[in-house]
Design a protein around this ligand. Structure first.
Ligand code: ZN
Length: 375
């Protein structure tokens, strides 16, 4: 027996009523790229993932798992949270083909792991990842999920002497002086889990650094940067690099992804310290942004409001425009803005000098990137 079901996310899904199903999914992204994925999978894993979903979302509108389809509608937990009751409208569409959900009512969307993490809890999330890994390790199933990329790798570890900063108990005068100069208060330290390393017992290249860690959307450490907080002695032979990055590949992560609200404007800055001053700000960990980076993909797939590029003041307008242009063939076209720093060197300096007012002043100078006049 053969059945054909259509899904809004793919062309057609053809399945046979055996333990196997095979489908070809063709995604056409804005006229330019024609990407073809071949998806193979075992029904049994999909059924277990379905089971995970029903355990906290309740039964789907379809009433049961059915191997002839990969599309299901559930009552939306975000809507229920907002309204205070379950509306029984089954607006939350789930695709087991690409492991994503989308609520037609409030427009909240994302990977299944996002909804499982929030409403199902950690043990279900772990079970979900295990199933996904099983499917992937058999090379029978492939889909795009950014955060999955880091799952199989060696976990990143913070430097040996890393300690969270507490103003009340910290005795390191050089560190305290540095924090004061940078206008970093306890609230910021706690929000960004900022810590520091001491001199003793540390690999010297990591010693005496302010540590700015980055966690992915599941709260796993995926990167960290260390800023030297020792005062610079101009006549000394002993030169230390100001910013030291950990060994992980920065192209594969979204810095401080855990803290990013994809429904609000997102600001892109260069430095790891600049992003602690602005609202909803991501550090690019440099001046460049390439189309094969995790950050670019994250923005294109998930940013629902504006993206505002704010590079340091040694950047030319053309350099900023170059980055704006890479979004032209994506769903973010028309939502890219940019700021040319003038009065301040960067976000960090705007805040150091004028606090929140400085940041607001900078944000007011944002210009919309106009595709039509930029040819
Ligand atoms: Zn909803």
């Amino acid at each position: 027996m053969k059945t054909t079901v259509s899904s809004p996310l793919s062309t057609t899904t053809e399945t046979t009523a055996s333990n196997w199903w095979v489908s070809t999914y063709i995604a056409i992204s804005r006229g330019r790229n024609l990407t073809a994925f071949c998806i193979f999978g075992y029904v049994i894993e999909l059924e277990r993932i379905y089971g995970i979903l029903t355990s906290f979302l309740g039964e789907s509108k379809q009433g049961r798992y059915d191997s002839s389809t990969t599309q299901y509608q559930f009552n939306c937990p975000y809507c229920a949270e907002e309204k205070g009751y379950v509306d029984n409208k089954y607006n939350c569409e789930v695709s087991l083909e690409i492991m994503k959900f989308h609520c037609w009512s409030d427009n909240i969307a994302g990977s299944l792991s996002k909804i499982i993490k929030r409403y199902g809890g950690r043990s279900l999330l772990k079970e979900y990842f295990e199933l996904v890994n099983e499917l992937r390790s058999n090379k029978l199933y492939e889909f795009v999920e950014e955060s999955q990329k880091t799952v199989d790798k060696e976990p990143i570890k913070l430097p040996k002497t890393y300690k969270r900063i507490k103003y009340g108990t910290c005795r390191d005068k050089k560190l305290l002086r540095y924090l004061k100069k940078r206008n970093i208060d306890q609230w910021t330290i706690d929000k960004f889990k900022i810590g520091y390393t001491s001199w003793d017992g540390e690999d010297k290249s990591w010693a005496c650094r302010l540590i700015i860690p980055s966690y992915d959307e599941f709260g796993r450490l995926n990167y960290f940067v260390g800023r030297d907080f020792l005062p610079q002695k101009p006549d000394s032979d002993f030169k230390r690099i100001k910013y030291k990055n950990c060994d992980a590949d920065k192209k594969e992560i979204v810095f401080q992804e855990e803290l990013i609200d994809t429904d609000a404007d997102i600001i892109l800055v260069e430095g790891a310290l600049d992003c602690i001053y602005g609202p909803n700000t991501i550090s690019m960990l440099g001046k460049s942004l390439s189309q094969d980076s995790a950050l670019f993909k994250f923005l294109v797939e998930r940013a629902n409001a504006r993206v505002i590029l704010c590079l340091d003041n040694d950047t030319t307008e053309e350099e900023s425009l170059k980055i704006c242009r890479i979004f032209n063939p994506t769903r973010l076209a028309g939502r890219i803005w940019y700021i040319l720093m003038d009065e301040y060197k960067d976000f960090g300096e705007a805040f150091e000098k004028d606090g929140v007012k400085g940041i607001v002043k900078v944000l007011r100078t944002a210009k919309k990137y106009d595709i039509d006049s930029d040819i």
